[in-house]
Each structure stands twice: as structure tokens, then as C-alpha cells.
Design a protein around this ligand. Sequence first.
Ligand code: URA
Length: 435
Amino acid sequence: MTPYEIIARKRDGHPLTAEEIRYFITEYLNGTVKDYQMAAWLMAVFFQGLDDQETFELTRTYIQSGEVIDLSDIPGVKVDKHSTGGVGDKTSIVLAPLVASCGVPVPMISGRGLGHTGGTLDKLESIPGFNTQLSVAEFKRLLAEHGVAMIGQTETIVPADKRIYALRDVTATVESIPLITASIMSKKIAEGIDALVLDVKFGSGAFMAEVEKARTLAQKLIEVGRAFGKRVHASLTNMDQPLGNKIGNWLEIEECLETFHGGGPQDFVELTVRLSARMLLLAGRVATLEEGISLSTEQLQNGSAFRKFLELTAAQGGDTTVLEHPERYPKAAHQHTITAPAEGFIQSMNTRQIGLAAVLLGAGRLRKEDPVDPVAGIHVFKKTGYAVRQGEPLMVLYTNREAAVQEAERKILNAIRFGAEPPEPLPLILDELGD
Ligand code: URA
């Protein structure tokens, strides 16, 4: 078995054996297989795919490259949620404390924003002092004491994915369903969960924009999760416009606070409550989806979810006074209102371009090492289907980079299509699959 032979077999469309996959990945981590060979193999996989058995083996090899967290001494069915990423997707920040407030433990390991999509860790870190870089031992202690912990990827969990993802990122091989499946599911399984709710996005802001590709991804994620004995649910949800009304790290925390206080945008609240109900159902905490929806709504309305969020923030070193007095939070130096260029209905929004406009303002990063500005972002007043008059405010941009305002405005106006008739309403949740 040589790296050359394995690359050539995949290039020519042959399935690889478990030994070949294990050898190739393990020897990459050991340095025998070089970056250029891994890059060639990734491109071969991109074009030829992996069958279910190969995807399972790749996932298993990824998991075995690092530590698997053992949460068996923590009572209860441990359930996490993973989103494939979007713009304005702050769901985890309300969802994790909400589900924990219902008595279901939520061990959550999240990522950072990259490209047009935001990341839960950057949003949490906009709360002064909030520490997401905790060890596995601290993660377990928090979970045992508070029923929830929200941290970043550690060095010890799935190191194979860390290295290979970095290479995929620069070799245009991210958008491959089997590679995404192994990458996501290995990290979730290594986290020690019993069950998982997946929020698989489709639409212009998702990285699987086509619904049918997103559906296939959801099915593959479910199959691999089940092969490892986990209960898995996947919702296919819309990213043809930003979720909620605020994009940007602290702005999104503000929107979460509005939601914890019983307000919040309707689409964001609906998605959060429904995903919460799905998590409660997987954990056996409720018998029906309806029961889950009503319990989740009640816990949001009666302040229990907010109290759990304050408890979690304090436990992870965050300043809770700023959550109780968000008006004290520093503001961006520059604000700029974008107005409607003409009268009509908003027909569609290119969410990816709106996310990239937020990156220009400082809210996100194009390279992993870029810093993010917690106060930068966009407050969206008008979304798809809204009727607007010429000159009416559409969005407000917040930034400390005044020079970026013009370009961000241009990007946003190019991303919005206006028309004389109202468009068909967008479904928020298109389908629900799995357990
Ligand atoms: N998110 C991941 O964790 N991995 C991928 O491959 C794509 C998105």
C-alpha cells in the first residue's frame, strides 16, 4: 500500500478499504503522506465521492485520531445541536441554556465564523470575560454543575479534522458531502453526546445552497450518526435571508437577550423553540413535539432560560452585568442607514453577500487568523416579502471602519432584488428528517 496507489484508486473511482483509509489518514498525521498527496486525494474524493462504508470509515478514523470525551458519569441523555452555518444564526446561544433549563444536559462544542458565516464562539466572546477556551476537564465540570457548557474545539478532539480541514479550505475541497459528513460527525461523536439535532441550511447563505444537496447532506449525517449508535434528527432550514434581524457578534447577543425577555424576531424564536422541542424529544424529556414546543415556549417566557444563560455566562467568566444592562455596551463609532432606492417589494436577498458585507464592516473574518470586532454588524429592518417606499430605511450598518461603509452598502444593495409584486413566502423549516 502506497500513498500513490491509494490516490490513484480513488482518482479512478474505486472504493477504498477500511485499511487504506486508515493508513492514508494516519500516515498523513505521522508525516509520511505529504500535504500535496492529501490535497490530491481530497480532490479525487471531491469528484469521485465516498460510499457509505468509506464515509463511515473516514469518520471512525477521524474520531480515533484524538480524544473521545466520556460523559457517561453525567446523568441524563446528553444532546447537542449543530448548524451547518449561516448569517444571523445565533440559535445556539438561546437554545443551549433553554434546553438545559428543561433538565436536559447540553455539551456544546462550537466553531468560529469564517467567510460569510458567523460563529457561536465569536458571539459568546463579545460578552466581556466569556471564556470559551476551556479544557475537557473544565467542560465536564461545568456540564455536571450547570447542565450546559459552551466551548471551542480543543487540540485533543479530532486533530485529523483540524489539519485536513485547513487543507480543504485552501484547496477548494470543502463542499464535498462525504468530507463534510466525516468532519462534522467525528467532532460531534467525540464530544460524548447521546443524541444530536442538526440544523442543515439551504439557500443563498448556506454553503450547500441547493435544497437537494442539503437534503442529501442531512441524510448522510443522520446515517453516520446512527451507525455510531446516536439518535439524530435533522431539520432543513432556510438561509435565503438572514435569520432574525441582527448580524454581528454583540448585535446577535442583543437579539438573544430580546428573545430571553419574551421578544425577539418571529423567525428566530420559531426556529429556536422548534429545535429545542426536537432536542427534548430526542432526550425523552417530552413525549411529543407539541409538548416540547409548549415547554420550550414556557421556559423562554418565564425567564428560566435567561436565568440559565446568566448562570452559564458567570460560570464561564463572563460579565453578567452587561447582559442585564446591554445599553452599557460600547457602540461602534460609525452608523450608516441604507435606504430603499425605489418603491416595491423585496423579492429576494443574497444572504451570502449580506454576510460578506458584515465581514467588511469587521464582524467576521476571511482568514482564520483575522480578528473580529464585537460591535460591528448590520441591523436589518426589511427582509424578503416586505413592501418598502423609496427612501425608507432598510438596514443600519455598525462599524469602526468608516472606509468600509461605502463598499458594504454597495454589496448589500446589489444583494437585494426589488419588484412590483410580493414574492412567494419563504418556508422557514422545509423538512424534518431522522429521529
Ligand atoms: N463544518 C465542519 O465542521 N466541517 C466541514 O467540513 C464543513 C463545515
